[in-house]
Design a protein around this ligand. Structure first.
Ligand SMILES: NC(=O)c1ccc[n+]([C@@H]2O[C@H](COP(=O)([O-])OP(=O)(O)OC[C@H]3O[C@@H](n4cnc5c(N)ncnc54)[C@H](OP(=O)(O)O)[C@@H]3O)[C@@H](O)[C@H]2O)c1
Length: 256
């Protein structure tokens, strides 16, 4: 059973791995023996994460060609151009009332959550295919959201649309890349404490409102997200591709 979840020595990139859900995944996979590289835009955040996690951290904005090139350089420098696992976690949100929702809220959110995810994945395909040629399937795990599966609580129109796009892109890429031995899946988290959800969870009433909307009546934890991630990137997940796995305490599965 232990071997089924063995990821010792696997090379892993986690975008947005400096805090929140990305940091949970990076730390969990590192603790399981993987060689992890994290990325995010802020130099200071990368430096701090590198010290905390004991892994390389590359400052890179995945929504730009320069940022994508920087991650590619990092993979070549750290892993010699072969990559076993890409976790596309970097993401941003934007909230505004429907009548005032600005164009910038579409450009920024789609540029990072969808275009950045797509362009980084395609740039890293040679490295992923190289890994897949070594005998075990390479993995891409995209972090989607329950907001891409059901109508969200908040007015985050570009975010919910972007996450639905991430889920369909996951299936599309999985279909095309199956022949190359690259498995592509998504995790759709529910409510996890992070900078992204800090404002909504700041007051007791806000937190209670969110927890009460979860059938299991609690927020997600690091173990919840790492457990799902490790399943998808280990031998245990070898026969799984093109799925969107909600990790949401039952929000989607038990919803009406
Ligand atoms: N928290 C939740 O409840 C929840 C629920 C569903 C889905 N999600 C998804 O989970 C993922 C992580 O969210 P989170 O809650 O952990 O948010 P977070 O705490 O705000 O973390 C986001 C991470 O992404 C990085 N990032 C943002 N824009 C980037 C860019 N253009 N290029 C590279 N890195 C970038 C941030 O670092 P820098 O600022 O340094 O770039 C940070 O490391 C997102 O895709 C989010 O949509 C979260």
């Amino acid at each position: 059973m232990t071997d089924l979840f063995d990821i010792g020595g696997r090379t892993v990139v986690v975008t947005g791995g400096t805090r929140g859900i990305g940091a949970m995944v990076a730390e969990g996979l590192r603790d399981a023996g993987a060689r992890v590289l994290v990325t995010s835009r802020k130099v200071d955040a990368c430096r701090a994460a590198s010290e905390r996690l004991g892994c390389p951290a590359v400052p890179a904005d995945v929504s730009t060609p320069e940022g994508v090139a920087a991650v590619l350089d990092g993979v070549h420098a750290e892993f010699g151009g072969s990559l076993d696992v890409l976790v596309n976690n970097a993401g941003v949100t934007w909230g505004a009332p429907l009548d005032d929702f600005p164009r910038a809220g579409w450009d920024r959110v789609l540029g990072t959550n969808v275009v950045g995810l797509f362009e980084l994945t395609t740039a890293l395909l040679p490295a992923l295919r190289r890994s897949a040629g070594g005998g075990h399937a390479a993995r891409v795990v995209n972090i989607g959201s329950v907001d891409g599966l059901r109508v969200p609580v908040f007015e985050n129109y570009s975010y919910s649309a972007a996450k639905a796009a991430v889920h369909m892109l996951t299936r599309h890429l999985a279909a095309v890349l199956a022949q190359d031995g690259v498995l592509v899946n998504a995790i759709a988290p529910g409510a996890f404490p992070s900078d992204m959800t800090a404002a909504a969870l700041a007051s007791d009433s806000g937190r209670t409102l969110i927890e009460n909307a979860v059938p299991l009546r609690r927020l997600g934890t690091a173990d919840d997200i790492v457990g799902a991630g490790r399943y998808l990137v280990s031998p245990a997940g070898s026969y799984v591709t093109g799925v969107v796995l909600p990790v949401d305490g039952g929000i989607t599965g038990c919803g009406t």
